[in-house]
Design a protein around this ligand. Structure first.
Ligand code: UDP
Length: 188
């Protein structure tokens, strides 16, 4: 995997298919693989937020979301495509016949509607749903009990990314990614 550095933050040149393949690697997974979609706002926040800086350093994949990152890479001779989290999530859902997904985030009811719409397009397995305004402890418990392979967290950046980072060893999922307002988009 090739990487370049944007203001001291590693950004990976990786295809969605490589991220999907990485889920298949491990027969038993104790530490979740975290994907962070980087935009200039998160990069800026990380200069003032040590925990976010550590989360970025520790993430399995940091992918470029936002033209600012893509343009900065180009100036250094790296040609990256924008890879918004919502597109990675849809890629995984489209390959998800044998993967189960937990949807955590957004206002009550929104994730249910999003799943209803997504089910018309993709054949993924649903492991569970939790809205984004219950306590994080409650959400963590439900995720742990769900046995999900992939966790989609849509509670906004950087809250979602820090939730995954803080609970990496407890979540019990194989891959987790923060996807901002995607549930609202899917719910329509
Ligand atoms: N949200 C949530 N819990 C919170 C705060 C926000 O579930 O405590 C949800 C909110 O309802 C919305 C999403 O997080 O669905 C944030 O979307 P936004 O587009 O602001 O996120 P960004 O893409 O900017 O990270």
């Amino acid at each position: 995997m090739k990487s370049f550095f944007f203001c001291g933050i590693r950004v990976d040149k990786v295809d969605f298919s490589e991220i999907y393949d990485s889920i298949q690697d491990d027969a038993s997974v104790y530490v979740v693989k975290q994907v962070i979609t980087l935009n200039p706002e998160i990069a800026y926040d990380s200069w003032h937020n040590e925990e976010l800086h550590k989360a970025l350093f520790d993430a399995s994949f940091v992918i470029p979301d936002g033209t600012g990152i893509v343009m900065a890479a180009k100036r250094k001779g790296y040609y990256l495509q924008r890879q918004p989290g919502i597109e990675l999530a849809e890629y995984l859902l489209s390959k998800g016949e044998n993967l189960s997904f937990f949807f955590y985030g957004a206002q009550p009811g929104v994730a249910h509607k999003a799943v209803e719409n997504l089910k018309k397009r993709y054949k993924f397995k649903l492991a569970g749903i939790e809205h984004g305004y219950s306590s994080e402890a409650e959400a963590l418990k439900k995720i742990q009990e769900s046995g999900a392979d992939v966790l989609l967290v849509a509670t906004g950046a950087p809250k979602q990314d820090l939730f995954i980072y803080r609970n990496k060893e407890k979540l019990g999922v194989k891959l987790a990614l923060g996807i901002g307002g995607s549930f609202d988009v899917w719910a329509g």
